[in-house]
Design a binder for this molecule. Structure first.
Ligand SMILES: NC(=O)c1ccc[n+]([C@@H]2O[C@H](COP(=O)([O-])OP(=O)(O)OC[C@H]3O[C@@H](n4cnc5c(N)ncnc54)[C@H](OP(=O)(O)O)[C@@H]3O)[C@@H](O)[C@H]2O)c1
Length: 249
């Protein structure tokens, strides 16, 4: 993974939720292509391990701990600690097990919305204007297939991801004219530990997906890098599905 490719040479990239799962693949892929990556999450030990792995391969990375469910002050602290960034990947998210709407507590609603919607909202508000002042940048939000289609007992999680897709489009209108491109990736099931632990839930849906399989984290990361990079220079407000074709059928 030595950074011999210069697609993101010297660009600073903050990847939230990069202590585990998809975020690790995104952080490693950006670092392998020359970016200086700020790895973030709550778990310092896992964050330090990701940073060590990137550095061992010749890449550049630092860890900043942050709990994105803890409110505005914590989000602002992360934005300040990250410094001026050219790329923001709003990846951190919490999945909720399928539950009838009537059984979703207000506490669970607020917890999901804090991490999945309010944190990326506040982080983008903190970083996108500075990107614009420096001449441009890119934000990639991680949405979900569940934000594009309905799902039985999935109202809580799905609605947070639909909000992420909606924010992507409004922010494209707001920040695009200043050179900040805002796009989203909408993954279907990804073979992360989280999805593999929920195999009982994920397994049956694979039969409905044209590719008949989950995406690898690396396949989703490739789409994130495409949207973050100059090959997507005139792509604004897109929600790119990486779902084996699920949203199409
Ligand atoms: N896996 C899938 O099948 C799938 C499908 C579609 C979309 N997605 C989306 O893809 C993104 C990544 O999912 P994943 O499967 O990689 O999840 P994951 O394995 O559970 O990892 C989630 C990451 O987010 C971080 N995180 C969670 N809560 C946080 C908080 N309060 N503050 C800061 N960081 C927090 C975790 O770090 P710490 O534990 O260190 O805080 C971890 O690094 C999410 O937005 C998810 O909704 C996933």
């Amino acid at each position: 993974m030595s950074p011999n490719n210069t697609r993101f040479s010297d660009r600073r990239a903050l990847v939230t939720g990069s202590t585990g799962g998809l975020g690790v693949a995104i952080a490693k892929a950006l670092a392998a292509e020359g970016a200086i990556v700020i790895v973030s999450g709550r778990d310092k030990a896992r964050g330090d391990a990701v940073v060590a792995d990137i550095r061992a391969r010749g890449g550049r990375a630092d860890f900043v701990a942050a709990d994105l469910g803890a409110g505005e002050a914590e989000v602002r602290r992360l934005a300040e600690a990250a410094g001026p960034v050219d790329i923001l990947v709003n990846n951190a998210g919490v999945w909720s097990l399928p539950l009838p709407t009537a059984e979703v507590s207000e506490e669970a609603l607020l917890a999901s919305y804090r991490t999945n919607v309010i944190a990326p909202f506040l982080l983008t508000a903190a970083l996108a204007p500075a990107m614009a002042r420096r001449g441009g940048g890119a934000v990639v939000n991680i949405g979900s297939i569940t934000g594009l289609i309905g799902g039985d007992k999935s109202a809580l999680y799905s609605s947070t991801k639909a909000a992420v897709h909606s924010l992507t489009k409004s922010w494209a209108a707001e920040y695009g004219p200043a050179g900040v491109r805002i796009n989203a990736v909408a993954p279907g099931p990804i073979a992360t530990d989280r999805a593999l632990e929920a195999a009982d839930h994920v397994g049956p849906v694979l039969a409905r997906i044209p590719s008949r399989r989950m995406s690898t984290p690396e396949e989703v990361a490739a789409a994130v890098l495409f949207l973050a990079g100059d090959d997507a220079a005139n792509i604004h407000g897109a929600v790119l599905s990486v779902d084996g074709g699920w949203a199409a059928v």
